[in-house]
Design a protein around this ligand. Structure first.
Ligand SMILES: *Cc1c(COP(=O)(O)O)cnc(C)c1O
Length: 386
């Protein structure tokens, strides 16, 4: 039976049950903020930074107002100078490359691996120009990029590694958390992310005290020595032209509450992902389900399919919301049109843009929801000639 007009069978994202369950803890953190009276760059932000440092093992976590800003500030603090190049995978969220421009640099693109969604280390040497200084691997969807391969090539080519680990909270390799393999990385707390706020927020992760100190200053108008959490803020001197990229304490309050069950959420995501993979196994038209490895953390569940746009329309008609991450490769985005790239330059990135589809995946979903989505996918391909 078709869903009633205006109702969804399975929405792409929803966290109302999570909020209901965590409300007592969340309310307590929010009341702290209200009583403390400092609503931005205050004590809750400092508390969240300490909790995230404990969770990730980073020496320094610096809270800012989005994952995008975290990338801009990280690049600046890591020493990117005007006009220098940063190698970015052609398949990623636009902020991976626009952050480079906003930090004063130039993005140059490289292809992704044929069997994954991370930058292909073998393409790095061909991508770098004379002014290349950094490479920015991204960890997309549920998997770390080939970080050993990237680190090896970066060393050979004299590049510093900064990670777009915006989606990668909880992803670790040999005990090292994403974002800490090179000079630093970021986290995004956009609401749909694995650890999501109720608005925008982000953070920089680094083990380097000089980078942490500069990001700390840049987020607050370039003021060195402004103590977070104090009221009133003790601002000393402005050493750099900076940004206003402070984190809101209300976001920190929500994130502290959600952090208490992050590992449970990650386990729930893994079990829903395994369920999808089982249900979609062998379905003609589904070319690829995501690899499930011991270090996978399912931020989103992305499959590769034939007739992707028709499948998305079919699911939408059944009340199932999906997303395309990402429909256009970065080298073909209009905002980078002046950089001289053409269609065909990065075939793996281009084919990923044509065939990937993200199905709903979040802790509040039920296994019935997964079944409903999977059976709608099976129904679409059943008897179809493709
Ligand atoms: C979400 C995301 C960002 C940006 O984070 P915001 O908090 O939305 O600014 C950057 N890169 C990747 C890969 C992302 O998924």
């Amino acid at each position: 039976m078709p869903p009633e007009v205006g109702t969804l069978a399975v929405s792409f994202y929803n966290q109302s049950r999570t909020f209901e369950q965590l409300w007592t803890t969340t309310e307590q953190h929010i009341l702290d903020v209200v009583e403390n009276g400092k609503y931005s760059h205050g004590r809750k932000v400092a508390e969240l930074e300490a909790a995230l440092a404990a969770y990730t093992g980073a020496r320094f976590v610096v809270g800012v107002n989005s994952g995008t800003d975290a990338l801009v500030l990280l690049l600046r603090a890591a020493g990117l100078r005007p006009g220098e190049e940063v190698v970015v995978p052609a398949f990623s969220f636009v902020a991976s490359a626009s952050s480079v421009v906003l930090a004063g640099g130039q993005p140059v693109f490289a292809d992704i691996e044929p069997d994954g969604y991370g930058i292909d280390p073998a393409t790095l040497a061909g991508a770098v120009g004379e002014r290349a200084r950094f490479v920015m691997p991204t960890h997309l969807f549920s998997q770390l990029a080939d970080i050993d391969g990237v680190l090896g090539e970066a060393r050979r080519l004299g590049l510093t590694v900064v990670e777009d680990s915006a989606e990668a909270i909880g992803m670790r390799r040999h005990g090292t958390h994403a974002g800490l393999f090179g000079a630093g990385g970021v986290l995004s707390f956009f609401p749909t992310k694995t650890l999501g706020a109720i608005g925008d927020a982000g953070a920089v992760l680094t083990d380097d005290p000089a980078i942490a100190e500069t990001v700390d200053a840049l987020r607050h108008h370039g003021r060195f020595g402004a103590t977070i959490g104090d009221f009133p803020a003790i601002s000393t001197t402005t050493g750099l032209p900076g940004f206003n990229s402070k984190m809101d304490d209300i976001q920190a309050a929500v994130l502290l509450a959600k952090l208490t069950r992050l590992d449970g959420d990650i386990a729930r995501r893994a079990s829903l992902a395994a369920r999808y993979t089982e249900s979609l196994d062998g379905v003609a038209g589904v070319r690829k389900t995501p690899a499930i490895r011991p270090d996978s953390v399912f931020y989103v569940y992305v499959i590769e399919v034939d007739s992707r746009d028709d499948l998305a329309a079919h699911l939408s008609a059944k009340g199932v919301q999906t997303e395309v991450y990402y429909p256009t490769p970065l080298h073909l985005q209009p905002c980078f049109a002046d950089r001289g790239y053409r269609e065909g330059d990065f075939p793996n990135a281009e084919q990923a843009c044509r065939h990937t589809l993200a199905l709903p995946l979040y802790p509040d979903m039920s296994t019935d929801d997964v079944e409903q989505v999977s059976s709608a996918v099976r129904h679409f391909y059943h008897g179809r000639r493709i």
